[in-house]
Write a protein that binds this ligand. Structure first.
Ligand SMILES: [Zn+2]
Length: 416
């Protein structure tokens, strides 16, 4: 990471690099493939300063080998990180420079591509300042994924626009926290923002690179990139996070299904059946005891866990706790509060969310049936629904989440 104090220097260097790129391309157009080979070898060695490039071009000939060697030795070490990037992206780098030169006023796309590919890590702390009144592009091209905390008023679309990415990338990179239910996006939730349009995948037991690549409709080569630490022919460890550029992730809906919320199969408890059939009551007066006590009971009445714990080593992005329960078992409000969501939560399946009014919100997912309605006040221990396996679930269990001001908490820590 470069310090901010280096910024001015970075900016100057960036300008020099841009000039260098243009000159090379002019030469490239005039000079043919021999020069192209030398440019590629310069790219491999790292991006030299403009003055050094001028020297290269000026003494084009017998001195070239010596100068190239000097550049390799002198700059290779220092610029190693982005030499790697250049190596993996030579064709794109050259074509991006070509685009930049071909357009009379360099367009945002061309310059973004150029900055991304050829400057790489070295400029992650350097700003490309261009006036783009019509577009919202990040002013710092970056090569590393970052964490972004959802702000009030954010939507997946706004976040995607802010980072110059596809909205699908935002969802596919955060399947564990969004569960393919972008309408549930809440302020305070940390999201991973990859540097390019991509999907994140958590390796499951026995999965091969080929199978993952196929599932995401990419070539297996796409998995061996600068972000992943895997090697070809290596067994993939369970829980490994893979960034898959250009991936097509799982299907999901942008909007919840229209009301009335479908309530699935016969609940085994009469209370749940009656609750599920109730139309939403409006206006709903909060129950007198629908106030948070400030501590949580066990939503299943048991400590038994089945499936993933919070941040499970097999699934590091799992932000809840999977409690064991049987189909139709009662699920209880962990504390008093107001039901703020009852409905379809994508991968969450049938989901109840309770706002406890003290910064805490709890999630009860994969429910078989609902016993509460949206807007209703609930007391601690009140039935909210029954255990099920709706949504992205392989068997009956309760996926339970506690969020404090939007940030996922480890439910184990809050157990009574
Ligand atoms: Zn879960």
């Amino acid at each position: 990471m470069l310090e901010d104090t280096d910024q001015e220097q970075q900016d100057q260097r960036h300008t020099a690099e841009a000039t260098w790129g243009r000159r090379l391309l002019v030469q490239l157009k005039a000079g043919g493939s021999d020069l192209q080979a030398r440019i590629v070898s310069s790219l491999r060695a790292g991006i030299p300063k403009a003055s050094q490039v001028t020297a290269v071009l000026g003494r084009y000939g017998a001195h070239l080998a010596i100068v190239t060697l000097a550049l390799s030795v002198g700059l290779g070490q220092r610029l190693r990180p982005f030499a790697d990037v250049a190596r993996s992206s030579e064709p794109r780098a050259v074509s991006a420079i070509a685009e930049a030169i071909n357009s009379p006023t360099p367009g945002a796309d061309a310059w973004d591509g150029y900055a991304d590919v050829t400057v790489g890590k070295a400029s992650s702390a350097g700003i490309v300042r261009q006036a783009h009144p019509q577009t919202t592009i990040p002013d710092r091209p970056r090569l590393e994924p970052i964490t972004y905390v959802v702000q009030k008023g954010d939507s997946v679309f706004l976040i995607a626009q802010r980072f110059g990415l596809s909205p699908y990338t935002i969802v596919w990179s955060n399947m564990e926290s969004l569960q393919g239910a972008p309408w549930l996006l809440q302020p305070g939730l940390p999201l991973v923002i990859p540097p390019v349009d991509a999907a994140y995948h958590t390796v499951r037991p026995g999965e091969s690179a080929e199978a993952i690549a196929q599932a995401y409709a990419v070539d297996p080569d796409a998995l061996y990139n600068t972000w992943n630490t895997i090697e070809p022919d290596q067994l993939l460890a369970e829980g490994t996070l893979l960034l898959i550029p250009g991936a097509t992730g799982p299907d999901f809906d942008w909007e919840p299904p229209p009301p009335p919320t479908p309530v699935p199969v016969a609940p085994s408890r009469p209370a749940a059946a009656a609750g599920a059939a109730q139309p939403p009551v409006q206006p709903v007066m909060p129950a007198a005891n629908a106030v948070a006590n400030g501590w949580f009971i066990l939503p299943t009445g048991s400590y038994a866990v089945s499936g993933y714990v919070f941040g499970d080593y097999r699934n590091p992005r799992h932000i809840g706790l999977d409690y064991r329960c049987r189909l139709g078992d009662s699920i209880y409000a962990a504390d008093g509060g107001t039901v703020v969501f009852t409905g379809w939560g994508g991968g969450y399946g049938n989901l109840v969310r309770i706002d406890h009014g003290n910064g805490f919100v709890t999630y009860y997912a994969h429910l078989n049936a609902f016993a509460v309605a949206n807007g209703q006040g609930v007391a601690q221990g009140q039935l909210v629904g029954t255990c099920g396996t709706t949504g992205a679930s392989t068997g009956p269990h309760l996926h339970y989440e506690i969020r404090l001001n939007g940030a996922p908490q480890n439910p184990k820590i809050y157990e009574p």
